[in-house]
Design a protein around this ligand. Structure first.
Ligand SMILES: Cc1ncc(COP(=O)(O)O)c(C=O)c1O
Length: 480
């Protein structure tokens, strides 16, 4: 018998393992709703359950998959659960999950054209679809990345290179007080000092205030600083608020500033009528972050940076001449019109992430995605109606982009006591396990927040969640 090469499975072993794994995933899809939405174990317990020594010896893989099924997958926050209303949920779809299997099963290197020309064509195609959806011109381009944090960082790197030719200690970026923290992180990584990020106040709707922005720009120019980029929100994570994108585009045009729209969460809603109206003006941006792993129902990780002018990415990320990797010379020698994605972003080695989005968009058609996003809008509307009808809640921000925020109403309590009730209600809801609801802070006060964008969510679940929240808040309120 010839010895088997290392790390190889026989046909039958592959079939058996594949069947076991597929069964597990299908079971997850079919029973997700019946399982607890959120389980977090203490570290001591996970150590006991899962810590093992460096494995010199083999373990039958069937047993390992059983461990995953029993001890790992159930003990998590299920962001694809129909009653996961916290943060930004990530409901997926089975076609894209199989897409992920095909991606890693074939392991195409999607860093340059020579390695994966047809895959590259699919990525170009997917980027073009997204550009068409957001209303960017034909010259637009983009790159698929891990998520919104990487897309935001890459956007600022491109903006800085394009507008300033590189780092400049006088450069100023404007964000609102609702901008996602990934922007501050990206700026720090790119070498911006804290004073180079201006936080602009928001108006009563938690949208970036144009007068405050204009005043800050004028002040910075007068002080000899270099305003160069405005970051707008295409749906804030906190409340779903969309900054005034049209007026912001006017300011940026007048002041010759780069406009980046962080639509990591919200930009995909542009495929619906309601989203398109809310995001009007986004098409005038220079760059947009849009995460398919948020509101385009893709499994992690899939973020995307779109740019109005494709050439800015190469300008920012292409390593020229003497710094170019010698061993990549054969790759670039003949490339003219083709795209080397490693020259358009941070990563050299990158997976064929486009596959899952391409596969699911083609398999379902855009109409199905549109219906899925509309369902999120409707569930948030239903939550708002239910909260108002209950009479015990103050709706702090109305349903917008699938998010609603609210606060327990009790005239006998102080604001600080209501804050305490809000936080305890979150804890009780988490212990209860029916749904996952988290709080956030708005204008210094704690509020509850629902983001019911999973298309499998139904109105009965929204009502039951709000009823339970009410019972918990009332019970906590009796003791505060
Ligand atoms: C508006 C916004 N921007 C950026 C991010 C960061 O995205 P990621 O977690 O994919 O890095 C998020 C995450 O929720 C977000 O909601």
């Amino acid at each position: 018998m010839p010895q088997r090469a290392p790390l190889q499975l026989s046909h039958d072993e592959m079939q058996a393992l594949g069947a076991q794994a597929l069964k597990l995933v299908i079971h997850h899809f079919e029973t997700n709703r019946e399982n607890p939405v959120a389980v977090t174990l203490p570290r001591a317990q996970t150590e006991r359950m899962l810590r093992t020594a460096l494995p010199e010896q083999a373990t039958p893989v069937r047993e390992l998959v059983d461990i995953l099924a029993r001890d790992v997958f159930p003990n998590a926050l299920k962001s694809d659960h129909p009653r996961f209303y916290a943060f930004v949920p990530s409901p997926t779809n089975f076609v894209s999950v199989i897409g992920d299997l095909l991606i890693s099963g074939h392991n195409l290197f999607a860093g340059h054209w020579m390695a994966a020309s047809a895959a590259g064509q699919i990525e170009i195609n997917v980027i073009d679809w997204l550009n068409e959806l957001v209303g960017f011109p034909k010259e637009g381009g983009g790159i698929l990345v891990s998520g919104g944090s990487m897309a935001n960082l890459s956007a600022i790197a491109a903006a800085r290179e394009s507008r300033l030719g590189g780092p400049n200690e006088k450069a100023i970026v404007y964000c609102s007080d609702q901008t996602h923290s990934s922007m501050a992180k990206g700026l720090r990584i790119l070498g911006f000092r804290p004073g180079q990020k201006r936080t602009i106040a928001t108006d009563h709707g938690l949208r970036l205030s144009i007068p405050a922005l204009e005043a800050a720009i004028a002040e910075d120019r007068a002080a000899g600083r270099l305003p160069f980029c405005v970051v707008a929100n295409g749906g804030t994570t906190n409340t779903g608020a969309v900054d005034p994108l049209g007026p912001l585009a006017d300011v940026c045009a007048r002041e010759k500033l780069w406009l980046h729209v962080d639509g990591a969460y919200g930009a995909a809603a542009v495929i619906t009528e309601r989203g398109r109206a809310a995001l009007a003006g986004m098409e005038r941006a220079d760059s947009i972050t849009l995460d398919p792993h948020k509101w385009l129902f893709q499994p992690y990780e899939l973020g995307c940076l779109l740019v109005r002018d494709a050439s800015v990415l190469q300008q920012a990320f292409r390593v020229e001449d003497e710094d170019h990797a010698d061993y990549l010379e054969d790759v670039t020698r003949h490339v003219q019109h083709d795209v080397n994605f490693y020259e358009c972003g941070v990563q050299l080695t990158r997976s064929f992430k486009a596959l899952k989005l391409w596969l699911s968009m083609r398999a379902f058609g855009l109409g199905e995605f549109r219906r899925a996003i509309e369902s999120g809008f409707e569930m948030a509307d239903h939550a708002e109606r239910t909260l108002r009808a209950a009479g015990t809640w103050e709706v702090v921000t109305p349903s917008q982009m699938g998010v609603v925020t609210f606060r327990w109403r009790d005239a006998t309590k102080t604001d600080a006591q209501i804050d305490a009730i809000t936080r305890e209600t979150v804890d009780l809801m988490r212990e209860d396990g029916y749904a996952l609801v988290m709080s956030t802070a708005l204008n210094g006060r704690a509020v509850l927040r629902l983001c019911p964008i999973n298309p499998a969510t139904n109105t009965g679940e929204i009502e039951e969640t709000i009823a339970r929240l009410g019972r918990f808040s009332a019970a906590v309120g009796a003791d505060v």
